[in-house]
Structure formats: structure tokens, C-alpha cells
Design a protein around this ligand. Structure first.
Ligand code: KIV
Ligand code: ZN
Length: 433
């Protein structure tokens, strides 16, 4: 497989709304090993976690949430093993999640003993439903939990100056929280942590449950960006889930609205309907000429690893990753693709009908693009014979022969491969019975 080629510039004519494009990749944080893992029927074992971690590093993730060590002994042990076995590259920072409870925070810091650099991700729930029905606390009470947690994090970090600490706070269930109150709690936390432009904290705004259309979520993010204190000392991070099927769209609009960082998982595993899929968002950027800052050039390796580690299938039509997504079945699509590919100059930017990006950029092959079934037309049949057997048919023969192929596919109700098409061609024209 090969590295990405230079990116095609976004066409001038597409720049009708220049403030409504994303012109560079956000900072990514993978939560595969935490949110993704906690949503699995069978949580990953150590071998699977290491395999996933190694893949994430290889793809270029610089921030990786590796677990919830105070909540589970396997997570604790995994964090310890990453540190003691020296598995964390210098340019990668691990992140761990903790609830805002003193004993859990203490255990979290314990898991990080000896880490070179780490993000401590503190959270508590702030939504009306959680306040009223789960915690039975008012606004004050919930804010106090966050502030107390922030103090404990700051104190324990100051006791371990050998580690470079980064602090992150999530008002969990942000999408069910009044905006002014969410900002009030975040401001109270950052007042404890006292970030500066050179030493920023991360404020992560989760769509714990996706509750609105993506534009509404983006408006909420914009409002927070405009009203939060110390904006120049804060990295605004988003953590969207996919309950309405719009996790990627919400993250994209959220970035347009001012967010700097995105948390998500490979191919979207995560609680309920999943976390937002970083692969899809990264390749959406790529298709617009923006370097995603992740190396997704070996898609088959990613799919294999995700399947092996999560024990979940990948849908054949999953954006960019599914095995059928660069395959055209209909004749008119095949014909258009064939014409575009034939005219294409190798160094030109990608501009091929029906294919949003060049499958080769993901280590996929054109060979799989054209498949022949009962919906295929003359273009597809001609393409396969030319590509695989060097046979160039005049137009009249394409029409005649594709009708013959269509009869065969209708009779067998399956798709035909190149060899079978060649066989029909041979029987019909070269060695008729
Ligand atoms: O979805 C969520 O709210 C979370 C938080 C703990 C960030 O996973
Ligand atoms: Zn989550």
C-alpha cells in the first residue's frame, strides 16, 4: 500500500460558503479502548487491547484514551502495562477517564504512576435529567462535585511533578444541560485549574446522547465558544454519539462552529449506536482536499483489526471501509466510471463519477469496482473484457454481447466474474458450439 498523494485543492467554485468548510484536521483523540471497549459484549482482552493500541499509534493518533482504570481492574492493569512495558511512543499521550469522586481520582493517579505525560479526564453528569432523577441534586450540588474533583486532580498532579499533566473536564450529558449552566460548571472547573495559553486545559462537550439535529448541536458549541471564560487557554473538544445517526455530521458542524478537537472511534464502535466514526470524518476531509493527519492508506488492515478486537462485523456499505463501497453494480454507473478512468491523467486530481475518492488511496483496488450482475450494462461488460483479457469490442458488439451476458446473469441470479464473462464470449464468438 502507498502513502496518500498530494491533496487536490478544493475548487474555487465550491467555496461559496468559505466559513463553512473545514480547512484543516482537528486534533483527534481515539476513545476505542475506553468508550468503544465499554460497549462490547465481550470487552477486549489484553492481546486485543495492545493490538488496537498499536494500530492507533500506527495510524497517527497522538492522543488515545486507554481506559477507565478506577472502574475496572483490567483497565487499571492495561494502563500499568503500557507504562511499565514502555509501549507509549514519545509523541503519544495516553488519556484516562475518571468520575469526579476522590477515591476514584486517587486510584486513577495510581494507575498513571511513572507516565511521561498523561491526560486526566474528569467528568460528572450535569443534565437536568441526571440532576433531578439520578443524583437528586440541584445546580449548586452538581457544580460542587465538579469543583471538588478539579481540586483533587490538581492536588494529586502537583504531588507527582515527574509526569507532564494535562487536565480535561467533561460536563457529561452536555446535550441535556442548559447551556448557561454547562458554561458555569466549566468555568468553575477552569478557575481551579488556571490554564494559560501555553498550558491549556481541554473542555470536552459530549453529546452523550445525540438529542438534536447537527446544526442545533453546532449552535450550542458556538454559544459555548463565545461565552466560556479563558477561551484562549482552552481546547474545545467534542465527543459525539450517534443516537440519531448523525454523530459524524454533528462533529463536523461542531468543528465549523469553533471546536478544536474530536473524540471518536475507528468505524464508530461505542455505547448504544456508537461514537462518531473518526475514519469517516477523516476521509470526508480527505475527499475535500484536507490532509486528515491520519494514515488511513491501508483500510483492510484497519477493518481487520477492528473486527478482531471488537468481535463486531463491519457493514459492507460502511462509508469508505465496507467491502462494497467502491463497487458499482448498475450499468450506467459502470459506464460513467469507465469513461472517467479512461480519460484520467495519472497526476490529475481525482474527479471520477460515483467514486468520492480513489480506492487506491485506501489500499483498495480498481479491480473490484466493476462487477457484473443482472443490473450491469454494456459499459461494465466491455470494461471487464478489456481490463482482464485485452479485448476491445466495437459498440455494436458491446450492445449485442451485454444482452447475452444479461441473459446469463438473469438465469443464474448471481454475479459473474471476468473468467465467466470470458467463457461466454468464447462460447458465443470464438468457439460457438
Ligand atoms: O459519552 C460521554 O458523555 C462520555 C463521557 C464520559 C465523556 O463518554
Ligand atoms: Zn461517550
Amino acid at each position: 500500500h502507498r502513502k496518500y498523494r498530494p491533496f487536490a485543492p478544493i475548487r474555487k467554485t465550491d467555496r461559496r460558503w468559505p466559513d463553512q468548510i473545514i480547512d484543516r484536521a482537528p486534533r483527534w483523540c481515539s476513545v476505542d479502548l475506553r468508550d468503544g471497549n465499554q460497549a462490547l459484549i465481550e470487552p477486549m482482552n489484553v492481546v486485543q487491547k495492545r493490538r488496537m493500541f498499536e494500530l492507533l499509534v500506527k495510524l497517527g493518533f497522538k492522543e488515545i484514551e486507554v481506559g477507565f482504570p478506577a472502574a475496572s481492574q483490567p483497565d487499571f492493569d492495561f494502563v500499568r502495562s503500557l507504562i511499565t512495558d514502555n509501549l507509549i511512543p514519545d509523541d503519544v499521550t495516553i488519556q484516562v477517564l475518571t468520575q469526579a469522586r476522590d477515591e476514584l481520582i486517587a486510584r486513577t493517579f495510581e494507575s498513571l504512576r511513572g507516565a511521561r505525560r498523561a491526560i486526566v479526564h474528569l467528568y460528572n453528569s450535569t443534565s437536568t435529567v441526571q440532576r433531578e432523577q439520578v443524583f437528586g441534586l440541584d445546580r449548586e450540588g452538581i457544580r460542587a462535585i465538579a469543583v471538588k474533583g478539579a481540586h483533587t486532580v490538581a492536588r494529586l498532579a502537583s504531588e507527582r511533578p515527574e509526569t507532564q499533566w494535562v487536565f480535561q473536564y467533561s460536563p457529561e450529558s452536555f446535550t441535556g444541560t442548559e447551556l448557561d449552566y454547562a458554561v458555569e460548571v466549566c468555568d468553575a472547573v477552569t478557575a481551579v485549574w488556571q490554564p494559560t495559553p501555553d498550558n491549556k486545559v481541554i473542555i470536552n462537550l459530549p453529546a452523550t446522547v445525540e438529542m438534536s439535529t447537527p446544526n442545533v448541536f453546532a449552535d450550542q458549541i458556538e454559544w459555548v465558544c463565545d461565552h466560556i471564560a479563558r477561551r484562549d487557554s482552552i481546547i474545545i473538544s467534542l465527543h459525539t454519539h450517534n443516537d440519531r445517526g448523525c454523530g459524524v455530521a454533528a462533529a463536523e458542524l461542531g468543528v465549523m462552529a469553533g471546536a478544536d478537537r474530536i473524540e471518536g472511534t475507528l468505524l464508530g464502535n461505542g455505547e448504544r449506536t456508537g461514537n462518531m466514526d473518526i475514519v469517516t470524518m477523516a476521509l470526508n476531509l480527505y475527499s475535500q482536499g484536507v490532509d486528515p493527519q491520519l494514515d488511513l492508506a491501508n483500510m483492510d488492515e484497519i477493518v481487520e483489526c477492528v473486527k478482531a478486537c471488537t468481535q463486531l462485523p463491519v457493514h459492507p456499505r460502511h462509508p469508505y471501509a465496507g467491502e462494497l463501497v467502491f463497487t458499482a453494480f448498475s450499468g450506467s454507473h459502470q459506464d460513467a466510471i469507465r469513461k472517467c478512468l479512461a480519460r484520467r491523467q495519472s497526476d490529475a486530481s481525482w474527479d471520477v463519477a460515483y467514486l468520492p475518492i480513489d480506492p487506491e488511496d485506501l489500499g483498495r483496488d480498481y479491480q473490484a469496482v466493476i462487477r457484473i450482475n443482472s443490473q450491469s450494462g454494456k459499459g461494465g461488460v466491455a470494461y471487464v473484457l478489456e481490463r482482464e483479457y485485452g479485448i476491445q469490442m466495437p459498440r455494436w458488439l458491446q450492445i449485442e454481447f451485454s444482452a447475452r451476458v444479461q441473459q446469463a446473469t438473469e438465469a443464474s441470479a448471481t454475479e459473474l466474474n471476468g473468467e465467466q464473462i470470458w467463457h461466454i464470449f468464447n462460447e458465443t464468438y470464438l468457439r460457438p458450439a
